[in-house]
Design a protein around this ligand. Structure first.
Ligand code: EPZ
Length: 428
């Protein structure tokens, strides 16, 4: 297994090109199942999760062509997907357990073929993460759903029909699954209390290019007028706001200055607000955002994760690394997932002072973090350890790098180009 070695203490300086968003690309790829024509996605990141979903789509019979893969990922890949001859509507456990987002094939398969069998995803390091909201809402569209032998068996022999759906909790995945299914349902569907993440807007915009009729894009009420069929489209994946936020924190924690090419203010409002309060300056440039510490110390700031436009849970661990190096205390509250503090014991090994009480963590900033051998349990936890390592005195060795490779493209290359002393050590 690969490891990453970091020797900390160098301020990062330079430009980082933000890749296409993993969490936008995954639902966009699932959307290819809604049509027999070709959906072409550009600016696709090179990530393990993208390969996992590509393998699942191939298993369903989707014809895939990946272009632009020869430059090591510097420009993003172009993926052509044609779901003309679907040979299986079953998403098997072996593939789904590798990545929960595989459940996003459920809505499109059911809507277009009237049936789907999708393995329940199983456990996850950050919380129980059930899919009940997806299933209850699909039932309101007329699906018959049974859970047997660890699989979701869904049928809609007479097709899906429009309905009024109010999600009892804001869910990114449930909103995406239902949005895709509703595009091919008969009549009008209103999705209320929908998630509003930029990745959902990106999906909705692509579906509109494919011929879907969707109103309220970007709001918490999506109104979908079902159509008979959807067609092909060309779509460029939105830049990854979580990757951008992570590198903004890298600039702040190392007392450096980075220009994040492609980063968008409108996707990072709550993050910029917290960074500004912490003493970090974020300014717009022609091509993205420039981030640098204003002067002197970082200040501890309280943070609470919330659905968009609130502060993203996917930046909570990274923010904890930042607050660990700030002057003063910060209360970090995780309101989305019940077990997303797995990075705390590892950050503590690097000298952070963090006490967890239920959904909140009290972080008391330290003058100095120190390098250590650490390991991570999920994607964002891993990158928080990279950030702490960049600021720490001495050497940090990060184990279980495969978590990082699920969501950060060429992370060590991007950081090294800005002056970080970081290298990947290839495992057996
Ligand atoms: C998406 O997961 C992201 N994944 C996650 O990114 C992100 O953390 C999360 O949204 C929240 O922003 C992708 O987009 C592929 P949810 P998703 O449904 O859709 C509960 C990362 O690091 N819930 O919005 O699975 C759930 O347990 C990842 O890139 C139900 O109770 O998240 C959670 O507490 C990790 N029942 C909350 O809702 C359901 O049926 C929000 O989950 C569905 C969700």
């Amino acid at each position: 297994m690969d490891k990453i070695r970091i020797r900390g203490g160098r301020p990062l300086k330079g430009q980082i090109r933000i890749s296409g968003a993993k969490n936008a690309a995954l639902p966009l790829m699932a959307a290819c199942l809604l049509t027999d024509e070709t959906l072409t996605l550009s600016n696709l990141p090179h990530l393990a999760d993208i390969t996992t979903l590509a393998n699942l789509l191939v298993q369903h019979g989707v014809d895939l062509h990946m272009n632009g893969a020869t430059d090591g990922g510097h420009t993003g890949r172009v993926l052509e997907m044609t779901a003309r001859d679907i040979t299986s509507t079953r998403a098997p456990y072996d593939l789904v357990r590798k990545m929960r987002a595989s459940v996003l094939v459920l809505g499109p398969l059911l809507a277009r073929f009237g049936e789907a069998q999708v393995s329940l995803p199983g456990g996850c390091a950050i919380g129980t993460r059930p899919v009940d909201l997806h299933l209850t809402a699909l039932e309101l569209l007329g699906a018959e759903i049974e859970i047997k032998e660890g699989y979701i068996y869904a049928k809609a022999p007479n097709g899906l029909h429009g309905a009024e759906i109010t999600f009892s909790k804001v869910s990114v995945g449930a909103t995406e699954n239902l949005l895709m299914a509703a595009c091919l349902a008969k009549g009008t569907t209103r999705l209320m209390n929908s998630a509003r993440e930029p990745e959902i807007t990106d999906l909705a915009e692509c579906l509109v290019k494919m011929g879907a009729k969707i109103e309220g894009i970007g709001s918490d009420t999506l109104v979908v007028e079902g159509v008979e069929r959807l067609g092909g489209a060309d779509h460029s994946v939105v830049p990854d706001r979580i990757e951008a936020g992570t590198y903004a924190i890298a600039a702040a924690i190392t007392n450096g200055e980075l220009e994040l090419l492609g980063a968008r203010t409108e996707h990072l409002g709550a993050v910029i607000e917290i960074l500004t309060k912490a003493g970090v300056e974020v300014t717009e440039t022609d091509e993205g955002l420039r981030v640098r510490r204003l002067n002197g110390e970082l200040t501890g700031v309280d943070v609470m994760t919330e659905p968009f436009p609130g502060f993203p849970t996917d930046l909570q661990a990274q923010t904890m690394a930042l607050m660990s190096a700030a002057d003063g205390a910060a209360m970090i509250t995780e309101s989305i997932f019940e077990n997303r503090f797995m990075h705390v014991p590892e950050l503590t090994r690097m000298g952070a002072n963090v006490n967890v009480h239920g959904a909140s963590a009290m972080v008391r900033g330290q003058k100095k973090l120190t390098g250590a051998e650490v390991m991570a349990t999920d994607l964002r936890a891993s990158v928080s350890l990279v950030l702490a390592g960049l600021a720490a005195e001495g050497e940090t060795m990060l184990n279980r790098v495969y978590h990082l490779d699920r969501g950060y493209e060429r992370v060590e290359e991007k950081l090294a180009a800005c002056g970080a002393d970081i290298e990947r050590i290839k495992g057996p």
